[in-house]
Ligand binder design. Structure first.
Ligand code: OAD
Length: 249
């Protein structure tokens, strides 16, 4: 048995996790930060630092400048193909095997939870790896090689777009319903790596607490949720989550 320094997580939080029968986890961009992917409210890196995501991820921006929006997402897709799941993603995939029931809800569109082995992930904001027709919203797996961007739908010639939720757009109703159903019946809700600013995702922790669940926040900095949470752990998800898993060993 290796000699591990005793973990430092609050005992009542660890007990709530060890005895949880229905666990819900909500993740945000902070969980993918240690995979090298920029978060939304951290300054954008490199070429795109002069653009605000909230100005690019909108239907209006796509109509006004479809090529710019398409290329911004192509840049983000490239970052994601170069990224791998980090210890936070891996710990959540392991946790799903260690507890009776874990529903993972993510705001992230990078697919890294699935790559790490998490199953039945609820993607509230879609997935950048999927492309859809901007008119029919059907998934398009392939299109003719083209020099024009965005490429056009092979069926109706409308521009193609990433299958992600833009500001001002409604979230996929199936994902929202599944997220709310799981949240309303959980006994412990973990909010991890999210600024808790964007609704309806930011409402879930309050729904859980209103229905009697304990709420824990694991985040690098305080958020509007912090003062409401039953447990607030400040730190890196890639450090806190593997430490949490150690309690199951
Ligand atoms: P944000 O960038 O708003 O927040 C990320 C949070 O993660 C911040 O509070 C950071 O302090 C924290 N953080 C950063 N690195 C961390 C680490 N290694 N470990 C733990 N926490 C860390 O991203 P989200 O909250 O995910 O929506 O943003 C929510 C939504 O706003 C996104 O899904 C996107 C954005 O607009 C759409 O695109 C529709």
């Amino acid at each position: 048995m290796t000699d591990r320094s005793p973990p430092t997580l609050p005992r009542d939080f660890v007990d709530a996790l060890l005895y949880s029968k229905r666990l819900v986890v909500l993740t945000g961009a902070g969980v993918s930060a240690e995979s090298g992917l920029p978060t939304f409210r951290q300054a954008q890196i490199g070429l795109w630092s002069r653009y605000d995501p909230q100005e690019l991820a909108t239907p209006q921006a796509f109509v006004a400048n479809p090529r710019l929006v398409w290329e911004w997402y192509a840049w983000r897709r490239q970052l994601i193909t170069e990224a791998s799941p980090n210890p936070a993603h891996q710990a959540l995939a392991d946790l799903q095997q260690l507890v009776p029931a874990l529903t993972l809800i993510t705001q992230n569109v990078d697919g890294l939870h699935q790559q790490a082995g998490s199953s039945d992930v609820i993607e509230l904001h879609g997935n950048i790896g999927r492309t859809i027709c901007s008119r029919e919203r059907t998934v398009v797996d392939a299109w003719p090689v083209t020099e024009e961007f965005p490429p056009l739908c092979p069926d109706c010639q409308a521009p193609l777009r990433p299958d992600v939720v833009w500001f001002g757009e409604s979230l996929p109703s199936g994902a929202v319903n599944a997220a709310v159903d799981a949240t309303a019946t959980c006994d412990l809700f973990l909010s991890i790596g999210t600024s808790a600013l964007i609704h309806p995702a930011a409402d879930l922790a309050h729904i859980a607490q209103h229905r009697g669940a304990l709420v824990a926040e694991l985040n690098a900095e305080p958020t509007p949720l912090t003062r409401h949470a039953d447990f607030a752990l400040q730190g890196q998800a890639g450090v806190l989550l593997p430490e949490l898993i150690d309690y199951f060993r």
